[in-house]
Each structure stands twice: as C-alpha cells, then as structure tokens.
Design a protein around this ligand. Structure first.
Ligand SMILES: Cc1cc2nc3c(=O)[nH]c(=O)nc-3n(C[C@H](O)[C@H](O)[C@H](O)COP(=O)(O)OP(=O)(O)OC[C@H]3O[C@@H](n4cnc5c(N)ncnc54)[C@H](O)[C@@H]3O)c2cc1C
Length: 458
C-alpha cells in the first residue's frame, strides 16, 4: 500500500479532517506534516497571539498523533518545497491538504500542484474549513458567488453536506523518518502576547463548546449582543485554526434550542469564505469601491489603537482587544465604524491592527467584516454609521462593559460612564481624554465627502 503526506495548514484537528481521513484510509503509511512558514509567522500576518495559539494547537496535535502511533513531522521554510521534498524522501505518491481561500493560500495551492506534479506526486485538496465548500453554491441568476447574505443563507440551509469524517484510530509513519527538531526550535514561544489570550487545541475547543452550549446556546439569540454579559461562544479562534470543525458543530448542535441563530452566524463565516474564494484580494482591494479619499491622521489612529478616543464604548473595545486577543462582535462593529466613519481612516489600517491582535484573525472574516462596516463590501447599507452613544446605551445599558476595560472610569456609575464629559466638575475623571471628534459632525463630514467622491467618479 501507498504512503501519503498530509500537509496541515490550519485544520489542526484529528476529527472531521477529510484530508487526513482519506490519507489514512488509502495508505499504509501517513506522514502528518506541519511546516512553519516564516512568511506567515514572521510577516505582517504573524501576530504573537496567533503564533502562541498555533503552538498550543501543534503541541496537542503532536501528542494526539503519538497516542495513535504516529507523530507530527515538523519542518521550517516554504510549505511547498518542504512537503514535496518530504514526499519524495519517503516515497509518497500523494500530498493531501485542506483547500483554503485568499491570495496567499491560493498561490500556495497552485505552486504545490505544480511542484508535486513535477516530482511525480499527486497534490489533492480536500474540504474541511467551511460547512459548505466555497464554490459549491451558485446564485440561480448567474455569477460565480453570492454577493448578498440572505439568499445565500436560504440556499446554504438546504444544501447537501458531506458526512463528518471520523478521526483515524491509528496513524503509522514510515520507518526511520526524521520527525524534525521539535516545536521549541521551529516555533519559539512568542513574547508580547495578550495577558488573557485564549489557549489553543482541539480538546480545549471541544470543552469550550460543550460548556458554552450547555449554559448559553438556548438563549443565544437574546444574549449575543449583550456586551457586558459576554456570553457568545468564543469559539472563533478554534474555528479559525480548525481545532473545531464548523460542519461538525452544525451537525451536533442542529435541533437544539437556540441553535438556529447560532448556525446562522456560522453561515456568515461560510458566506465570507465563498466571497474570498472568488475575490482573493479582499484584504487589500475594495470589493465595491466607493471612491473614498481617506484621512489617515496618525494621532487619531494612535488614539483609536490605544483606546484613548474619549468615547468609552470604543475605548473599551480596543482595550479588550489588547488584553484578551479577542473582541466582542458588537464592539468590533462599533470600533470599526468609528475608525472609518468618524475618523475617516482607511479600513485597511483598522483591519491590519485587528489582525495584529486577534487570535481569531482571519483574512476572509476580518477583511469581509471590515469592508461590510466601511460600506465597501457586501453590506446593502454602505452608508450606515454606528452612533457610539446609542450603541452604548443599547448594548451596555448599565456601563459594566466599559468599567471592566476602562479603569479610569470605574468611579462613574450606571450609564453616565458613557459620557464622562457630561459629569460635573470634581467627579469627572481627570485622566480620561475628551472626545477626539464630535460624532455627529464627523460622520456627516465623512458621508458628504463620500457622496462628493462618488459624484466625481460618475
Ligand atoms: C470589524 C470586524 C472584524 C472581524 N474579524 C474577524 C476575524 O478576523 N475572525 C473571525 O473569526 N471573525 C471576525 N469577525 C466576526 C465576529 O466578530 C467574530 O467571529 C465573533 O465575534 C467571534 O466571537 P464568538 O466566537 O464568541 O462568536 P459567536 O457569536 O459565538 O458566533 C459563533 C461563530 O460564528 C462565526 N461568526 C459570528 N459572527 C460572524 C461574522 N460577523 N462574520 C463571520 N463569522 C461570524 C464565528 O466563526 C463565531 O465563532 C469580525 C467582525 C467585525 C465586525
């Protein structure tokens, strides 16, 4: 029987791993391989929080493979070169990988196919990242992807799903294979991670899922926007790194009270995934240009990044991001809208900052959500502006979210914390900044500028 290499990129689990399951079924020997790619761990995409989470995942993956008689082979360098070289060394006839989207992944897959073919090895892509693979669903009116969420959700909900793949019981490596120098050598623990970052790994992801679903799934629809309650699943890093399978999640949770609203959120993930598959430059190019002219004011950008804009709800979100390497979805929308529509800053600057800190930082999800907020993406209301005060009153009515992350304001009670500039004299916290812009004026100026630019472009 044959030998196969399984190139792990970001489906870092054993259960429901079609590439691994197929290789294990058809081959006597399976070589699970992870290549630490400097372009990913050191480049602009190399956030310390994600590198640390990745390390956690690889540690656990290696241990689980050893329990099954195999191991995780580690290499460093270009994944394509390393995978093909290893395949030739061990006499493998195929390299299996999980198909991904985005410009970098797409090029890697193309190069892998070419290099493997030249070496007489088959490169075979498998599903595993999305619930429904990108490209599997096409709009009835034509086009290569869905541009609007609601019709996609309708079709997605009824789409055929592949069966969930079982984890292989045993993994057998070829004899005398060099498993590599060990994780500490190829991927040292990064410095400067968020103090309260989530920890990675398939088992941790599963425990988080079970705990959260038992406690909160039933009320997800009602509670998911409550900033202070903080009761969303926090599964996003586990989904980004593929510690959990989105398909498995849908299958396990379907039919349970609350699952419909939650599964709809997983559909958003697939929706952005299929947009990115056909628009792989989503991280850099406007999906729909509004001809914006940005006002990239360095001081304002620094205030936003540091959580010192003078708008407590914005500052709380930005500080949560640094402290936890994660931010509540509602806060992501508020902070992103503030950067783009109040400060007039290019959405790419905000998206890059998020990617530097988010443990779940994901090209498709981050870029598509930023573009949605900026009005250059798939939003049907491109000129929507989030009013930070109204958002605060609605989603943090007692002010507890702000007090949790902005300690300078801890002495203010209830919702007065949202407008510290209104607090009379001596009670007003001295070490908290005044608002750097007037929301109403700034948003009106942005929309007027956008309208003007659109007129010019006609
Ligand atoms: C500006 C901005 C940037 C974002 N960047 C990312 C990112 O880099 N990576 C990322 O995974 N999500 C991103 N999101 C989407 C969303 O904020 C997170 O998925 C969510 O906050 C994760 O928390 P959770 O797991 O508790 O979510 P839950 O509310 O428990 O939702 C369950 C899962 O559904 C998916 N999901 C929920 N909301 C969205 C959404 N709007 N778009 C796509 N998938 C969604 C996620 O996989 C999430 O884990 C971004 C949103 C905004 C507004």
């Amino acid at each position: 029987m044959a030998t196969s290499v399984v190139l792990f990129t970001r489906v870092l689990r054993l259960h429901d791993h079609p590439a691994l399951a197929t290789a294990a079924r058809r081959s006597e020997h399976v070589v699970p391989l992870f290549v630490v790619d400097p372009a990913i761990v050191e480049g602009p995409f190399g956030s310390p929080n994600r590198v640390a989470f990745l390390r956690d995942c690889l540690e656990e993956l290696g241990a689980e493979l050893r329990r099954r008689g195999g191991d995780l082979v580690l290499r460093q360098g270009d994944p394509v070169d390393q995978a093909v070289r290893l395949a030739v060394e061990v006499g493998a006839d195929s390299i299996h990988y999980s198909t991904d989207v985005g410009r970098y992944a797409e090029r890697r897959q193309q190069r892998l196919t070419m290099a493997a073919t030249a070496a007489g090895v088959a490169a075979i892509g498998h599903p595993g990242i999305a619930v429904v693979e990108a490209g599997a669903l096409r709009p009835s009116g034509g086009g290569d992807h869905f541009k609007v969420f609601t019709p996609y959700f309708r079709v997605w909900s009824r789409a055929m799903r592949r069966p969930v793949a079982a984890a292989p019981r045993a993994v057998s490596l070829p004899e005398q294979i060099d498993v590599g120098p060990g994780l500490d050598r190829v991927l040292p623990t990064p410095a400067h991670t968020s103090p309260q970052r989530p920890l990675g790994g398939e088992q941790r992801g599963r425990r988080q899922l079970e705990r959260w679903a038992d406690e909160h799934l039933a009320r997800y629809e009602d509670i998911h926007d409550d900033l202070a309650g903080d009761r969303t699943s926090k599964l996003s890093p586990y989904l980004h790194f593929g510690c959990l399978s989105a398909l498995d999640l849908c299958t396990r949770l379907a039919g349970r009270p609350g699952s419909e609203a939650f599964i709809r959120q997983l559909c958003w993930r697939d929706f952005h995934h299929q947009v990115t598959a056909t628009f792989p430059d989503i991280a850099r190019r406007d999906y729909r240009s509004r001809h914006d002219v940005w006002d990239d004011d360095d001081e304002a950008i620094a205030a936003w990044k540091d959580g010192r804009t003078g708008y407590p709800i914005v500052d709380a979100g930005m500080r949560q991001l640094r402290l936890e390497g994660w931010m509540h979805n509602r806060a992501r929308m508020i902070t992103a809208s503030f950067l783009v529509k109040d400060l007039g800053v290019d959405w790419r600057i905000g998206a890059d900052h998020f990617l530097a800190w988010l443990t779940d930082g994901d090209i498709a999800q981050n870029s598509a959500n930023w573009q949605w907020t900026a009005g250059t993406g798939n939003d049907t209301r491109p000129n929507r502006v989030f009013n930070p005060l109204r958002q605060a009153e609605r989603f943090d009515p007692r002010g507890d979210y702000v007090r949790r992350y902005v300690p300078e304001l801890a002495s203010l009670s209830g919702s007065e914390v949202h407008q510290p500039w209104r607090v009379p004299g001596p009670r007003r916290p001295a070490d908290y900044p005044a608002p750097i812009v007037d929301h109403d004026q700034a948003a009106a100026a942005f929309l007027a500028r956008r309208a003007g630019q659109q007129q010019l472009a006609l």
